[in-house]
Design a protein around this ligand. Sequence first.
Ligand code: OOG
Ligand code: MG
Length: 261
Amino acid sequence: MLPEPLYKSLAQTLADAEGDRREIVRLTAEYPDLSVEDGYRIQDELVALKQAQGHRVLATKMGFTSRAKMKQMNVNDPIYGHVFDYMAVDDGVLYLHELIHPKVEAEIAFVLGKDIEGPGITGAQVLAATEYVLPALEIIDSRYENFHFTLPDVIADNTSASRVFLGTTLRKPDELELDLVGVTLSINGELRDLGAGAAVLGHPAHSVAMLANMLARRGQKLKAGQLILTGGITGAHPLSVGDLVCAKWDGLGSIEFVVKE
Ligand code: OOG
Ligand code: MG
């Protein structure tokens, strides 16, 4: 536990780093005892701060739900965070001057048709409550130097949430075998990464179930209409000016964007 006012001031430090596009040293360098619970308390303050600025939560996101991501970032536990409305990009252009050191990863997103309240939620219950699924490319942009962080740090930093591109192909979950949906991620016509839905906890619906169960521990639930990113199927790939990024999902269409200065 940290002294109460520190949660807010650390959230402000992270928000300032995002606003100033400046890397900071991970919080655990100064507060080595920071716990996962502390991380979520700071994240809560960050959400409150953004909402006070007039921003809205657009989606809830899961992170570190695939082996590819856990291995890449050297962590073992799934985490959740929030994607705000200002993070959605809809003109196919990612501007690097707005960001620090962004990376792209391919995901599958869910939109719920019914509320889901844990604990004890299963993937089958999630699928029964899902209105549709769609593809998403998440842009993560850790506010920490070189993406160096521990689990409490990255939770406090809202799980590196930065931008999102949502696909326009919506499918009912029973129209696809989501675990078998293949995805390819190419940059400048060159295949960079690939995977299948099963990379995410065996099935992306398990990620939503886990989120519902994690939220239940904090007395929260998932609501009808809620958008959820289930976590990177592929690893995350750094971006440079001029890159043309194209990802394709079997049965869920594709998403393309260009990276500009
Ligand atoms: C944290 C974000 C993780 C995912 O899909 O695994 C994440 C990070 O890798 O910086 O969004
Ligand atoms: Mg992600």
